[in-house]
Design a binder for this molecule. Structure first.
Ligand code: ZN
Length: 155
């Protein structure tokens, strides 16, 4: 008698047969579930691996350089996509404003206003040394800056 082990897919929740070669398989073989698996892997990798994060940011920046205007074109061709994104961003902005007690961020915002600089936005930045001595041919370092909202009482 052969027993086929089954497990619930982490993404779609359907039961699937676990392959003998992949005893730890958590996702079924459907396309969207495999995509979810990959996204999940990447999200965790980005959160835990600084080198990977840097590489990804550099790749992204490089690609953008080679494909200037791609996203602008894409949004033009897919207005419903752009609209959905705008709504999602609006929601994110709203949620961020709801989290009112942000000592670090609010301090930064004030400082920025005083210096006449834009407030810090989470995302990728090109880091260029500010120095009187000219740095020869230095490529900007691409860094990813993400605002961390600390829970109350943690500081
Ligand atoms: Zn599935």
């Amino acid at each position: 008698m052969v027993f086929v082990k089954r497990r619930k897919c982490k993404h779609c929740g359907r039961s699937f047969a676990i392959g003998a070669r992949h005893p730890n398989q958590k996702y079924c073989t459907q396309k969207q579930c495999q995509r979810a698996r990959k996204n999940d892997w990447q999200r965790r990798k980005l959160a835990s691996d600084e080198d990977y994060r840097g590489n990804q940011a550099a790749c992204k920046a490089n690609w953008s350089k080679r494909n200037t205007g791609y996203w602008k074109q894409y949004r033009k061709k897919n207005p419903e996509y752009a609209q959905r994104n705008r709504e999602k961003q609006r929601k994110r902005n709203f949620n961020r404003r709801q989290r009112s007690d942000r000592p670090i961020a609010s301090g930064l915002a004030k400082m920025d206003a005083k210096n006449g600089q834009r407030a810090l936005i989470s995302g990728y930045y090109k880091l260029i040394p500010v120095t009187d001595i000219p740095v020869a041919n230095m490529e900007p370092i691409i860094v990813s800056i993400h605002e961390t909202v600390y829970p109350e009482n943690s500081l």
